[in-house]
Structures are given as C-alpha cells and as structure tokens.
Design a protein around this ligand. Structure first.
Ligand SMILES: [Zn+2]
Ligand SMILES: [Zn+2]
Length: 256
C-alpha cells in the first residue's frame, strides 16, 4: 500500500500578513503557514496556529485524525486551541516527549515518549523521538515515522544533528528526509546552533549518503523556511536544484 504524505505548512515563525488577506483561504508558495504535515489523512505531525485552516484548505476532515505527533512545544508547532479543534467531537492521542508541558484538552489522551524508544501507535505506524539541536526548554525532538515499510524523518526544528540522533539514523535508508532549513543560501547567520541554512544542508547530505541515512531513492525536502531569510519559493527551487534538494511548499502531496 502506498503512503500519502502532504505538507500543510512549511514556514518558520515569521508568517506573511497575506495569510490574513488574499491567502486566507488558499495555499500560496510565498505565504507559508506554520509547520505541519499529514500522513494518510489520519496522522498529523505538529499542530500549530494554522492547522485548522490548513486542514480545511487541503480538504481533510478533522474527525479522521486519530493521532497528533508534536515535535516540540514552540508555538509555531503546538497550539492548544488547534488540538482542541481537531478533538472537538472525537478522541485523539497526542504524542509528546516525556517532559513536555501540555495543558488539559478535552478528548485528548497525552502519550509521553522517551527519547530513542520506538512506539507502535497501531499495527501500521511506529514512531521514534530523536532529540534535536534546538532551544532546550521546549523539548525539541525530530520524529522518525515508520509506516507500511516506509521511513520518514521529520527533522523540525534543529541545526545539524545531535551525535546520538545522527548515529540512530545510520543505515535507515530513509524514503523521505525532511530537514529544517530556516535560513537561506548565505553564511554567517547566528542561528547555526538551532536551525539549518542551505549551505549547511549541502554539507550534511553527502555525509548522510556515506552513512546510509539517505540513498538514491530518498526524497529530500527542506521545510520550515523563514521567508525573511530566503528568496522567493521559485528562486529557492532554482538554488537547490543542482544539489538534488527539493523545496517543500504548503499543500505539496507526495506518494511513497
Ligand atoms: Zn519552528
Ligand atoms: Zn522551534
């Protein structure tokens, strides 16, 4: 069976004012919403402020969502009201790191996960939380999702990879590798200890290949782009093409 993956939001936290204007009811390459993705219409990765409208634009019924996996509790990735909206009429499981601070939300069961431990959500999906190099207090963590024999790495947010996370990914031969790329194609940005840039991704990928994190079949995408630090989507696509790096955009559907 194929796995359907869709990006519902691909922005860092500097959202375009156009989301309140001409992009209110539609996706646009250059008015990205908060980081969020959905697998098979049922599993949500992150649930930030724009999640309800992203689901509506993409045509998903919130009632079909059974599980929400939160990378970390920065407010562009987790918003109580968005989770409550999804869980309004049915029960939802919210998967978080063991020490995440999560408020009570009706119909929501919080499942706390230890780092590096693989959890079977059901007989088709398992998830492993891998610590990220990002702001410490918010419990940052990348997600390794395995579904129907496919492996998806959702690396939001973080700069480079922590040593044990990197080692955990060796020989995984990912089907889909999604990396934080908050910063654009320039050097010298102060955020290198918490976010990637295009030159950092260029350095990382050959090493990923050497240790079997990725191979020729892996789809590689950058996401979590800060519009203020990148050129337009079309220009970024051009910049990244020669390195086989794909640029995610809101609404992009992939089949694995
Ligand atoms: Zn973020
Ligand atoms: Zn963050």
């Amino acid at each position: 069976m194929s796995v359907k993956f869709q990006f519902l939001g691909t922005c860092a936290a500097d959202f375009s004012p156009r989301l309140q204007g001409d992009c209110k009811d539609r996706f646009d390459f250059d008015a990205r919403r908060a980081s969020c993705a959905i697998i098979n219409g049922r599993y949500l990765l992150d649930c930030g402020p724009h999640c309800p409208e992203s689901l509506a634009i993409a045509g998903y019924d919130p009632k079909d969502i059974t599980d929400i996996f939160i990378t970390h509790t920065h407010n562009d990735h987790f918003k109580k009201d968005s989770v409550a909206y999804i869980a309004k009429d049915h029960s939802v499981r919210l998967w978080v790191r063991e020490d995440a601070v999560i408020p009570e939300i009706e119909n929501v069961t919080v499942i706390r996960m230890n780092n590096y431990e693989k959890y079977e959500a059901n007989d088709e999906l398992s998830v492993t939380g891998l610590p990220a190099n990002h702001a410490e207090k918010t419990c940052p963590r990348h997600l390794l999702v395995e579904i129907d024999g496919k492996k998806i790495f959702y690396g939001m947010d973080g700069g480079w990879l922590l040593n044990r996370t990197y080692a955990h990914l060796w020989h995984q031969n990912l089907d889909l590798c999604i990396l934080d790329c908050t910063c654009g194609d320039y050097v010298g940005d102060y955020r290198m200890g918490e976010h990637n840039s295009v030159p950092m991704i260029r350095l990382m990928l050959p090493s990923f290949r050497t240790v079997g994190i990725i191979d020729d079949h892996t789809l590689i995408y950058i996401s979590h782009l800060a519009p203020s630090l990148h050129k337009s989507h079309a220009e970024t696509v051009e910049i990244c093409k020669k390195d086989n790096i794909n640029v995610a955009f809101d609404g992009l559907r992939l089949t694995l």
